[in-house]
Design a protein around this ligand. Structure first.
Ligand SMILES: NC(=O)c1ccc[n+]([C@@H]2O[C@H](COP(=O)([O-])OP(=O)(O)OC[C@H]3O[C@@H](n4cnc5c(N)ncnc54)[C@H](O)[C@@H]3O)[C@@H](O)[C@H]2O)c1
Length: 431
């Protein structure tokens, strides 16, 4: 039967020798690739391939390429903060800044298989206490960082573990002089921040003006690190961002307090008048490794004194309160603020409130239970109470501190111990 059919076919071919195109079947060309895929389990292999690729890009480490030396300097190992920066989906925005960095600065998830492109970021005051921890996190995230610092209170040692990393640059520069750099973001921390430097210094005003001018010129986003000192000796407790403060404009602390208030004013004026994308953080007392040893701030004072077997100096009756935030919590808050949608100001601080005497007790427990307390007359304009209301930061940044004083203090103590006794074998005083 089959041979018969074959034979007839040959016959037909001989009769119709002329070329006759096959009838057009458009549907056939469309289903052909599908049939191809379905044959020989090809589809299964394709799906397996996609699954493997998804798994690979999900589990692969981020683009962070911290320099190998980065951990060698630190005496304390700092674990990356457990909170991801990219939890929040972005809302679409149309500002120049957003156009400029939309691809790299997405607050949403990084598209499958694509590494997040690093930003170019300036950190003024990046060789200081807070700045150097911020730089660590930015480098770890894959950004390129330029530190601008005049080393007024900062130290090269705080950032030298990044030397040799092509994504890190250090410029010795005083921000009261203008500077031109091409970057996406400016974290403006440069400031003579400790009480011993509360005297005439134009950094907060002139330096902030210069950095805002830079942000305007290059279309960068600008973050100001302001301070809880803008609330002065507050009449509201705890302090909300809506509180305007109670500040002495001519007191010994005024250069700092009023300087930061002016810096906030300038920042908002550049935002409203020149459409600069700005962020304002009001930072409450922060402590941690790399703080200046003898800068007059209460936590560093107590820790250094207890380690050197000196009495802990308490000013006034020691009943004035402060809240103490560990530096990694602050850095997390600053980065969330910079990446987020809100201008602020935001209080960034730990609401746990301690009197000076309670703090002295924690320091005694951590370092030396025998440490003595010495009372001194209170300093002028020392605020009686200080405690942040962080509701706004919780709601709008999804941020709150994670490290309590009993956990954070030992980390700072081991850094101070190494710097005091490691640098000076006899444990003598440090200039
Ligand atoms: N640490 C805190 O408890 C705290 C509290 C409130 C606000 N802040 C703010 O956070 C920022 C960082 O504070 P910090 O504790 O790291 O202080 P810090 O003194 O350790 O760091 C400040 C850095 O700025 C640099 N600097 C000062 N003047 C400069 C200038 N004119 N040009 C260039 N660099 C200059 C210093 O050399 C230093 O490296 C400051 O703006 C401060 O006001 C800190």
């Amino acid at each position: 039967m089959s041979s018969e059919l074959t034979f007839r076919g040959h016959e037909t071919q001989q009769v119709n020798d002329e070329y006759s195109p096959k009838p057009n079947k458009p549907w056939l060309s469309e289903i052909r690739p599908i049939r191809y895929l379905l044959r020989e389990q090809r589809l299964v292999f394709v799906l397996i391939g996609i699954a493997i690729a998804t798994l690979f890009f999900t589990l692969a480490p981020s683009s962070s390429t911290t320099s190998p030396a980065s951990s060698s300097f630190s005496t304390v190992r700092y674990e990356p903060h457990p909170i991801s920066y990219f939890e929040h989906e972005s809302e679409s925005k149309t500002t120049p800044y957003q156009h400029h960095t939309a691809a790299v600065h997405s607050f949403g998830k990084v598209p499958l298989g694509l590494k997040r492109k690093g930003l170019r970021i300036v950190v003024t005051g990046g060789a200081g206490f807070v700045g150097s921890h911020l730089v660590d996190r930015l480098i770890e995230r894959g950004d390129s960082v330029i530190v601008v610092d005049n080393f007024f209170t900062g130290r090269k040692e705080n950032v030298m573990h990044h030397f040799g990393n092509p994504r890190f640059e250090l410029i010795r520069h005083d921000v009261v002089e203008p500077l031109l750099l091409e970057v996406d973001q400016i974290y403006h921390l440069a400031c003579p921040a400790s009480p011993v430097h509360y005297k005439f210094n134009p950094t907060n005003v002139v330096g902030t003006l210069n950095m805002l001018g830079l942000a305007k010129r290059i279309g960068a986003r600008f973050l100001l690190t302001s301070t809880s000192e803008v609330y002065g000796d507050p009449l509201q407790h705890p302090q909300k961002e809506t509180y305007w403060g109670n500040v002495n404009p001519i007191g010994v602390r005024s250069c700092y307090d009023e300087g930061k208030r002016t810096a906030e004013t300038l920042t908002m004026d550049y935002h409203r008048g020149a459409e600069v994308e700005v962020r304002i953080a009001r930072i409450f007392n922060t402590y941690g490794p790399r703080m200046c040893l003898d800068d007059g701030r209460v936590v560093s004072n107590f820790v250094a004194q207890a380690l050197r077997k000196e009495p802990l100096t308490v000013y006034g009756d020691g009943k004035q309160t402060r809240s103490f935030q560990y530096v990694s919590d602050l850095v997390e808050g600053l980065m969330r603020l910079m990446e987020g949608e809100h201008v602020g100001p935001f209080n960034l601080g730990n609401p746990g409130e301690f009197t000076m005497l309670e703090l002295a007790k924690v320091v005694q427990e951590t370092i030396d239970p025998e440490a003595k307390i010495e009372y001194r007359p209170n300093t002028e304009d020392d605020p009686h109470k200080r405690k942040p209301d962080i509701t706004k930061a919780k709601e709008q940044l999804g941020w709150e501190p994670k490290v309590d004083l009993h956990t954070g203090l030992p980390l700072m103590v081991s850094d101070f111990r190494q710097r005091i006794f490691g640098d000076h074998k006899e444990g003598g005083t440090v200039a």
